[in-house]
Write a protein that binds this ligand. Sequence first.
Ligand SMILES: Cc1ncc(C[n+]2csc(CCOP(=O)(O)OP(=O)(O)O)c2C)c(N)n1
Ligand code: SF4
Length: 278
Amino acid sequence: MAEVTQLIHHYLRHNKRFPHVLCPGCGHGIVLGSLVRCVHQLGLSKDEVVLVAGIGCSGRIAVYVDFNTVHTTHGRALTFATGIKMANPKLKVIAVMGDGDALSIGGNHFLHAARRNIGVTALILNNNIYGMTGGQSSSTTAENCYSTTSPYGQQEQSFDIVNLAKAAGAPYVARSTVLHVKLLDRILTTALERPGFNLVEVLTPCHTQFGRKNKFKTNVDMYQWYKKNATPIEALDKLSEAERAKRTPIGIFVEENRPSLEERHAAIKARLTDGAPS
Ligand SMILES: Cc1ncc(C[n+]2csc(CCOP(=O)(O)OP(=O)(O)O)c2C)c(N)n1
Ligand code: SF4
């Protein structure tokens, strides 16, 4: 059996929820593939991994994989993930969210999970839109882009997820696109290996709800846009200021080590119960 088929049989609930709901050309399946590869490469058992998802098309990932999974409510994936990690710090907890989920309804939870440095990998699938419910603007829809709720162009300024995570104190902050699969595999593997709060943003096309309203004739045009505009941060310095302003930086933005919330909590517990030194 080909290796890819073996991975599918091993990690997906292939006999339950298929055919999947994702549209042709949707980037979410590429992220799912990367997640499976990274877990496999790290040699994690399915029982060690907990995947907590919010709602939306991105939230469907939790339905397809054969890890411990929880499909939670809009904006609350990180709150469930926090509880799970605090209850059993040995588990590898991953929260999968869309941009609408993580930053519109869930924005407050996102900031506080980063600030607390809870040991969770936050994987945000940013397609700049609410995909599943019909293409309403989210807080990452760029100014002047069209959506069902901004038929004359979005008038609000958008969030930059990387900058938000940095400002909130996340010790690992990285971004890729679904076109840059090797980078995606690399940053996701690193995030899964690290303690503390790890933010991985993935730019992923939703041609159905975003692309066709924003002058991308086909879903391939969206992938080509990523190819043209996404630029490794190391290469940005070589560009003129005007060129830099047009690019979307990808790569690792923050990589620091700080004790995670559950580690600090365990240390206090040990001090109070066993008299361990403070
Ligand atoms: C509290 C609450 N409000 C609204 C909804 C409806 N809802 C379901 S999916 C969705 C959009 C999700 O968008 P996003 O998180 O960006 O994920 P995508 O579908 O784009 O992957 C919304 C608004 C809900 N499920 N719960
Ligand atoms: S609506 Fe968008 S996000 Fe949802 S499956 Fe289709 S392309 Fe993907």
